[in-house]
Design a protein around this ligand. Structure first.
Ligand SMILES: [Zn+2]
Ligand SMILES: [Zn+2]
Length: 189
């Protein structure tokens, strides 16, 4: 089932955004989280929390929900504002967003990714020595092609994933995808 709204059947689940409990009978948004390493699972959010962090998913949930939603108009105003600000959380990996710091290094060229510049985040297995965990690793858009070059259909899958998960304004997303497809390498320092 895609992103959907329902009444909480129990008071046991907590909101993935604010970590607080979602009361029994309260409306909640279920977001399906897909991973290339495991089956999809559903994560729950308060509707008000989703309006601030997951506006695209909430919009889809509201569109498919036939019941009464208290504060529907206020939720819609908030979610549209979140989208307009570019403050929405990406819908999973892979995606393109703005680097919050200048600390991450590109996994293709090894150079740092400049703060606030566009970066590609991909899901990767990270070997910590003691165990292998899943997490995000980062690339310059221009370095992604070299990284996915030897994976069959890898670049196509990356672009499809980036298009569906990124929450950038359309003009930035189009530029990022063009840079991924061009594969020109790291930006000149
Ligand atoms: Zn919440
Ligand atoms: Zn790079």
């Amino acid at each position: 089932m895609a992103n959907h709204i329902e009444e909480a059947k129990s008071g046991r689940a907590s909101c993935r955004t604010c970590k607080k409990t979602i009361g029994k009978g309260e409306l909640r948004l279920g977001v399906e989280v897909a991973s290339q390493f495991s089956d999809a699972t559903v994560q729950w959010h308060h509707l008000a929390c989703a309006a601030d962090k997951l506006p695209v998913e909430l919009k889809e949930g509201l569109a498919g929900f036939e019941g009464e939603v208290p504060d529907r108009a206020a939720l819609e105003t908030t979610l549209e504002a979140t989208i307009a600000k570019g403050a929405a959380k990406p819908g999973g990996l892979p995606h393109v967003d703005h680097a919050p710091t200048g600390r991450a290094k590109c996994i293709t060229c090894g150079e740092p990714i400049a703060k606030a510049s566009l970066r590609v985040a991909v899901e990767s297995e990270i070997d910590t020595g003691a165990m292998v965990t899943k997490g995000a690793r980062y690339l310059h858009p221009g370095c992604a092609k070299a990284h996915f070059f030897d994976i069959d259909g890898g670049l196509t899958d990356l672009v499809v994933g980036v298009r569906s998960n990124s929450r950038l304004p359309e003009v930035e997303l189009t530029a990022a995808i063009a840079a991924i497809e061009a594969g020109a390498g790291a930006p000149a320092a």
